[in-house]
Ligand binder design. Structure first.
Ligand code: TRP
Length: 330
């Protein structure tokens, strides 16, 4: 029997090529070896997204991106967190098992408190209970589905530890009902540089969008920052983010050939940019067509997520029944 894996993705921005190479692609690889479950962590996004239209747009955009990138809803369970009421009931039950001190030590909350303290203002200023309780909601996401492994980035490791602590304390009191998940920390994927050479990230505004129109894509690639060497001059492939991004998409022989031409001189950055555009444009074209189709017919997305919710609840409902029985609520 395959192990069950589960992971949540927050709808907090338009996915870019760094997200694709670093998160979406490896997650989809995992579906070959695991019984995989993916969900849109929309209620987690509520801690930062406070605009109704934007929230909707980002939820649909995220769902369409995953579906267009190859997620097969027949093979994996794909759902929206907010469609699973059991998760929220479990959140309350678990919060009653969670020492407040455990959450005081959570990185995100602690970082906000530290910033406030350094600025000499009230330590909890501007911090809502959503941020504070975030780890409990995440524990409920995981424990409601009795999964074995949770593939996440290094930054989520502490959340997994908190989840295990909470599950253990529940199990000690009420019997072995909750499955303790193992974290599956994804190797730090080689950092994909953005157009300014820093790590590609929405917060640096240096990203290259994944499913943008060819025109937008071209415009963005033309904005990749290079030095000002002339076409004829020799160039340094190892200190050039244009070259680096190119090497993620081109075949090995093409990369080797470009390296030679960089060193020899005679290759202009303009030529490199139009080749990179052609490469990425070809690479994304099929996914982009599917993405555009889904975004134009959101009922299709609604249907996929509604079907996913039925499958997900078929797992969470019996688990919650056992939990309710164990605590004397049923
Ligand atoms: N906190 C995760 C993140 O920021 C998202 C998330 C929510 C998640 N619930 C989860 C990840 C459950 C794995 C399992 O990336």
């Amino acid at each position: 029997m395959k192990k069950i894996s589960l992971t949540g993705i927050k709808p907090t921005g338009k996915p870019h090529i760094g997200n694709y190479l670093g998160a979406i692609k490896p997650a989809l690889e995992l579906t070959k070896t695991h019984d995989a479950r993916y969900f849109i962590a929309d209620y987690h996004a509520l801690t930062s997204v406070r605009d109704k239209k934007l929230m909707k747009e980002q939820i649909y955009g995220l769902a369409a991106t995953w579906l267009a990138s190859g997620l097969d809803p027949e093979k994996v369970i794909f759902y929206r967190q907010s469609d699973i009421p059991e998760v929220f009931e479990l959140t309350w039950i678990l919060s009653c098992m969670t020492p407040k001190g455990l959450l005081n030590r959570a990185h995100a909350y602690k970082a906000s408190v530290d910033t406030n303290t350094e600025s000499g203002i009230d330590p909890d200023s501007g911090i809502d209970c959503g941020l504070f309780n975030y780890p409990i909601l995440m524990a409920a996401d995981i424990l409601a589905f009795s999964c074995h492994v949770v593939p996440v980035g290094q930054d989520q490791k502490q959340h997994l530890e908190i989840t295990r602590d909470i599950a253990q304390s529940f199990n000690q009191t009420f019997g072995k009902i909750l499955t303790l998940p193992e974290p599956m920390i994804q190797e730090e994927v080689k950092t994909i540089p953005g157009i300014d050479g820093r790590k590609m990230s929405k917060s640096y505004k240096n990203e290259i969008p994944l499913y943008a129109s060819p025109k937008q894509l071209k415009k963005r690639i033309n904005q990749i920052v290079t030095d000002s060497r002339e076409v004829s001059e020799s160039k340094d492939p190892d200190n050039c983010n244009l070259f680096s991004i190119y090497s993620y998409f081109a075949a090995n022989e093409a990369v080797a050939e470009k390296r030679k031409r960089y060193l020899a001189g005679g290759l202009g950055y303009g030529e490199m940019k139009s080749e990179l555009f052609e490469l990425i444009d070809t690479f994304v074209s099929e996914g982009r067509a599917r993405y555009d189709e889904l975004m134009a017919d959101r009922q299709q997305i609604d249907q996929v997520l509604a079907d996913g919710a039925v499958k997900a609840r078929a797992i969470a409902t019996p688990l919650l029944t056992r939990v309710r029985e164990a605590i004397g609520m049923q």
